[in-house]
Design a binder for this molecule. Structure first.
Ligand SMILES: Cc1cc2nc3c(=O)[nH]c(=O)nc-3n(C[C@H](O)[C@H](O)[C@H](O)COP(=O)(O)O)c2cc1C
Length: 185
């Protein structure tokens, strides 16, 4: 599959790094794009910069480059996940504001009826945030709050990150054993 991963300036850059590691290992073609505040949060929360990101994807696009391959529906990307997804980017996607590459690529996913997953992160949520999510959910977008479960009794932050990464891969329809599966009690 050809998968686009957008990284924006919400807290939770670790989730993006974890997802990219597993997607890379699974052999899919990965196109990454990072917003200006996405870069700041990657540095602040993970100490990661361009070199680390470039090593986790096949193509690292500039968010200002609206002429990038993934800006066109004719490129035929299969799916896109924005992780973490800020409320600003959520609002832009809900409004059809395609002025940055992440938002344009998401807009393309919507118009081409492709799998779009928004791993949103904010707390608490305002009515504006909720309305934007509802609008997109009604269009078939998968809203996936970065709220890992605790039923597998995680012992570390890494396990929490893996839990979310695995569930996002589930939403991408990629078979994986990244997250622990509930077996009943
Ligand atoms: C340390 C830090 C943490 C932030 N965490 C969040 C967050 O969890 N959710 C959110 O919606 N915005 C958060 N923001 C605000 C966004 O970065 C800001 O709205 C920015 O305009 C988002 O732009 P982008 O969507 O292009 O990345 C945070 C900002 C900073 C500096």
């Amino acid at each position: 599959m050809r998968i686009i991963v957008g990284i924006t300036g919400a807290s939770g850059a670790l989730y993006a790094m974890e997802l990219l590691r597993h997607l890379r290992a699974s052999g899919h073609e990965i196109h990454a794009v990072v917003s200006a505040y996405g870069w700041k949060l990657l540095e602040h929360e993970c100490g990661a910069g361009r070199a680390e990101l470039a090593g986790l994807c096949n193509y690292l696009h500039e968010n200002e480059n609206l002429a990038a391959s993934i800006a066109s529906g004719s490129f035929r990307a299969d799916a896109m996940v924005i992780v973490p997804c800020s409320m600003r980017t959520l609002a832009a996607v809900a409004a059809g504001m395609a002025d940055k590459l992440i938002c344009r690529a998401a807009d393309v996913m919507l118009k081409e009826r492709k799998n779009l997953i928004l791993a949103v992160r904010e707390s608490p949520l305002s009515a504006i945030h909720l309305e934007n999510m509802l609008k997109l959910a009604r269009l078939g977008v998968c809203l996936m709050p970065l709220c890992p479960g605790f039923y597998h009794r995680p012992q570390s932050i890494a396990e929490l990150a893996a839990m979310m990464a695995g569930r996002i891969m589930d939403a991408l329809n990629i078979p994986n054993e990244v997250c622990q599966r509930w077996q009943g009690m």
